[in-house]
Design a protein around this ligand. Sequence first.
Ligand code: PMP
Length: 404
Amino acid sequence: MYDIQALRKEFPILGREVYGRPLVYLDNAATTQKPRAVVDAITEEYFSVNANVHRGVHYLSQQATELHEAAREKVRAFIGARSTNEVVFTRGTTESINLVASSFGEAFMREGDEVILTVMEHHSNIVPWQLLGQRRGVKIKVVPMDDDGRLDLAEYEKLFTSRTKIVAVCHVSNVLGAENPVGRMAEIAHAHGAHILVDAAQSVPHLPVDVAALGCDFLVFSAHKVYGPTGLGVLYGREDLLERMPPYQGGGEMISRVTFERTTFEQLPFKFEAGTPDYIGTHALAAALAFVERTGLENIARHEHALVRRAVERMQHVDGMRIYGAAEDKGAVVAFNVAGIHPLDLGTLLDRLGVAIRTGHHCAQPLMQRFGTEGMARLSIAMYNTEEEIDRFADALERVCRMF
Ligand code: PMP
């Protein structure tokens, strides 16, 4: 039984009003709201444990370290990594990708080497590779897709050469919402002697993600999109690769011994975690993942899919509606435009009716160019959204469209 009303009570913000109307929050791909368990974890740790981790001999420091390392173990189990050595905490998906581009690039890439991206990547999975390209003379190749948003795997395979070192692809697009065949893409990459990074920012909150089953070499996600705190992310990396990659940043925590002549580095994963980590955030992320597990990712997916189907069904009755990407296998994201109405106007007017959606280029300008548009409107669903909210969105959308 999916008790949606009991679930919603765990998220106090869902009870608030905007413009005197009950809030309908449909911008979950940008960030999710937080359950009490996550905020309680933050408050409890600040009020009763707080101390810097790892080198303290005193009681509180050891307790904080235990919580921080227990969180790493929680993440390891959640994504099916073999060892906590493979779980690096970062500031978010963006920093995780920058770390890999920079450090993998330095270790393994030379001038003329190639990276393969897809046309639907978020800017955070494009720009770090471009920066690497400028520094190292690395070339970017792009996997095309059809009009339904399905990647062209035959074209993908043709992009490989002996210089291809890595593929970086989103598991689920933050615009099109469908799952990419990243397991198959990993097999193809490996058959060509290349590695693969999976941007799981939009999949970890919605479907079971297992790094071993996917066969990926790197996987990245952000805590704030999976009901956890903001400013924290995860980089999963295969241990043998991380071992061979140089540190991304230098500082405390990541060293073994420092002299002015020479520094030796800490073991994994600490080699990649310079400075005081967000140990409060990691404990809160563990609480978020436990919350997701208690609710059940399969239950969440079933619930969200039903809501997406309902949204798409109602949206299709709107004159001039264009939904981007194949509608039938969408997870939790629906991007659209209505002919003759600027998406910004749509978003602004829906907001006045209490409905929060996102409009703009969604940090995926190359994808906007692929569809020949400047921007789109997008609703994105989370475990706590309801049928009634979808109907309120659709009613509001119809009302706005009638105004035009
Ligand atoms: N990749 C994808 C697919 C995303 O949806 C996002 C966030 N919109 C990011 C990367 C970047 O995540 P963050 O801003 O948390 O680093």
